[in-house]
Design a protein around this ligand. Structure first.
Ligand SMILES: CC(C)(COP(=O)(O)OP(=O)(O)OC[C@H]1O[C@@H](n2cnc3c(N)ncnc32)[C@H](O)[C@@H]1OP(=O)(O)O)[C@@H](O)C(=O)NCCC(=O)NCCS
Length: 178
């Protein structure tokens, strides 16, 4: 397996495989200077992709925004390789992802790699609001985090206000078009 940065290919995979809105992936890649997209290749075939970005709150954070793997390549370590690749790229940062509690594959993937699980509802309001802005995780109910506690990262909003406005709120309101 090898992994390469490829924005267009990653968006194609995300658009085809992700069951949910992908306008946020496009928005962050086009509007946030520290956003990237990686594709994992197995035997020359694009097997999976990840869209990720860096944002500074009280700490530097790196968000695993979209992770998708072609069904025929699942359970073969493709997503694990993508998540590890992003961690290596963002070394020194705190890593975060959001998902829904019923997404056993995503929860299993991240917890096996050392991420802790928090329910949004269990976090103090200010921390929750800041981290929701940093992750645009409004459709999800849990936060997965590695490298610090939610409070350590989310006690300051930092750049996440600007990120949220440009790549989360505007696409949500339809103000920004592709
Ligand atoms: C989540 C997803 C990316 C995982 O991709 P993958 O390449 O199959 O994951 P890996 O092979 O690296 O799996 C790593 C671990 O995650 C867990 N896991 C993966 N799929 C699982 C499943 N369907 N059920 C339970 N645990 C699962 C397991 O612990 C697995 O290790 P194991 O295979 O040794 O038991 C893939 O299922 C997918 O594309 N789902 C649809 C999109 C999505 O929900 N993305 C996540 C949003 S955050």
């Amino acid at each position: 397996m090898h992994i390469a940065e490829d924005l267009e290919k990653a968006l194609e995979l995300v658009g085809r495989l992700y069951e949910g809105p992908t306008k946020y992936a496009k928005a962050v890649l086009r509007r946030w200077p520290r956003a990237w997209a990686a594709v994992a290749y197995v035997g020359g075939e694009a097997a999976g992709a990840e869209v990720y970005y860096a944002v500074t709150l009280a700490r530097d954070a790196c968000v695993h925004y979209y992770v998708v793997v072609e069904p025929k390549f699942r359970r073969r370590g493709v997503a694990t390789a993508l998540v590890r690749y992003v961690e290596e790229k963002c070394r020194g940062a705190v890593y975060m992802a959001t998902t829904t509690e019923d997404n056993a594959a995503a929860v299993g993937l991240f917890t096996r790699l050392g991420y802790s699980v928090y329910r949004w509802g269990d976090l103090p309001r200010r921390i929750r609001e800041n981290l929701l802005k940093a992750t645009c995780g409004y459709d999800d109910d849990i936060l997965l985090i590695k490298g610090a506690s939610p409070a350590d990262v989310g006690k300051e909003l930092g750049e996440a206000g600007e990120l949220w406005k440009e790549t989360c709120l505007k696409p949500y309101l339809g103000v920004w078009s592709q």
